[in-house]
Design a binder for this molecule. Structure first.
Ligand code: 6PG
Length: 251
């Protein structure tokens, strides 16, 4: 390293915990705290769920530990993105959330706002954008403000379904779009940066030694075009990255 290079310092928004078990425990406590504070302040808690594999253990723990203590009747569930598949497809984020959480807690079905990814992707995006606008009672052009958005980070530094090199990174007018997926000729439906960055709180969860290389690259890089997860910085909201030691071992 040249003498002028400044040594890497872990960012203030990063919290590292011992292992995956500790990460799911800490994530559940953050969600429960945000729920309590949101419901105390606004009589409701709007929570955006992330997809993928990491959240499954977190959602299972949330159901097991907070089934009776979290105010599920005042909790409203949304999705940060969805694969372009039916809700019962093995790849569906909704299916994963339903199996691990939504079928295990007393949340009224009408409180769960699923992306209708069985439709044409563009139509599903338009419908979800309208559903958000209706739920939040928005004037045209106004943005939803979610109380808490959960996100993951993929092996290429994507988050939600904002993949490197896709048009979704430049989307500034729509809150929900159909975006190119990770593979050729695949599509996703995803929230966009404007609505993500309007959230009161965002928690990015990164777990496992398999993410160590990419996490180190991402946090040393600072380049949100190359690594879309870096484009998530809620203003004036709170950003927390929760990682376990396995994922943080190269930092
Ligand atoms: C998805 C997620 C995606 C995910 C990352 C990390 O639909 O897959 O929205 O953005 O959070 O790919 O996934 P893992 O947590 O499974 O590594």
């Amino acid at each position: 390293m040249s003498e002028t290079a400044t040594p890497f310092r872990r960012p203030d928004f990063l919290k590292v915990v011992a292992d995956a078990e500790e990460l799911s425990r800490a994530a559940v406590e953050e969600i429960a705290r945000c729920a309590r504070e949101s419901i105390a302040a606004r009589a409701r808690f709007t929570l955006v769920l992330s997809g993928g594999n990491t959240p499954r253990a977190i959602y299972s723990r949330l159901a097991a530990e907070k089934k009776d203590s979290l105010a599920w009747g005042k909790t409203f569930i949304f999705f940060g993105d969805e694969r372009h598949v039916a809700p019962d497809h093995p790849d569906s984020n909704y299916r994963m959330a339903k199996e691990s959480l939504l079928s295990k807690v007393p949340i009224p079905p009408e409180n769960v706002h699923r992306i209708q990814a069985e439709l044409d992707a563009e139509e599903a995006a338009r419908k979800y954008e309208q559903e958000l606008s209706l739920f939040f009672g928005l004037q045209p052009g106004a943005l939803p403000r979610f109380d808490l958005v959960l996100l993951g980070m993929g092996d290429d530094g994507h988050t939600a379904s904002l993949f490197p090199g896709t048009r979704g990174l430049a989307e500034l007018s729509h809150t929900v779009i159909a975006n190119d997926g990770p593979k050729l000729n695949t599509q996703r439906i995803t929230l966009t940066y404007p609505v993500l960055n309007n959230a009161a709180e965002i928690m990015v969860m990164v777990s496992g030694a398999g993410k160590a290389e990419i996490l180190a690259q991402v946090l040393r890089s600072g380049d949100s075009t190359q690594f879309p997860v870096l484009g998530v910085h809620p203003k004036p909201g709170r950003l927390l990255w929760l990682a376990d030691e396995g994922a943080a071992r190269l930092l």
